[in-house]
Design a protein around this ligand. Sequence first.
Ligand code: ADP
Ligand code: ADP
Length: 228
Amino acid sequence: RPVLHARGVAKRFSNGTLAVTGVDLDLRAGEFVSLLGPSGCGKSTLLRLIAGLGEASAGRIDWPTTDHDSHGRPMRDVGFVFQEATLMPWATAQRNVMLPLILKRVPAKEAAARADAALEAVGLGSFLQAYPRELSGGMKMRVSIARALVTRPRLLLMDEPFAALDEITRQKLNDDLLALWARQRFTVLFVTHSVFESVYLSQRIVVMAARPGRVIADVATDAPFPRD
Ligand code: ADP
Ligand code: ADP
């Protein structure tokens, strides 16, 4: 099932920078796709456009099988994981993960149960009541992933999520993310400038180049999960 259908997407910022141009991209349900390219090639810009944070200057982004709101706009329904975990420091892990559900008016009791399950799924079942300051960088990132997935979004967008972590923590998170994906089969678009990470993680790699930012290759890798 198609999740996202983008054609001719471009973004020119008000200062004249053409950050991305002519981007065609299709995502299917359950795919783990990497968006690979050097710094400044427009990966974040494209991700933000897909998330609806900013308007494209040209082209269109369609969500073929998505519900529409009362104004006929597609309900984008994405989870977003940034490089920084961006947690509320005054709230427990559980409260942080409940927030997107509370914003969707899910009753508190159900929201707490779903937050606990999401934290369980990322390996933080014993840290439900911990505050961000009590958690390591990797654990904060796990909370952030739980928060992004707790609403069961149609698409999980990850913008160089592990880039600020040390290599060992990062590799552990990569492995755990893959295992979680194999179990739950959400759709992922994972931004990275690491060739290794893109090959290790994804079934498909979309390669971008800079000046102007554009897609130069879209390849299926030979490494579907599970591997030995
Ligand atoms: P838009 O064209 O969508 O209105 P703006 O040009 O107003 O966007 O910029 C939006 C924000 O991005 C501003 O806060 C600006 O400071 C910031 N910004 C500007 N230039 C850059 C850049 N080269 N890289 C990252 N962020 C930038
Ligand atoms: P990447 O994520 O691949 O590193 P970005 O999408 O952040 O690339 O940036 C793509 C290009 O657009 C860069 O040249 C960057 O400086 C520029 N850029 C990003 N955001 C803004 C902005 N708000 N205003 C002006 N230029 C921007």
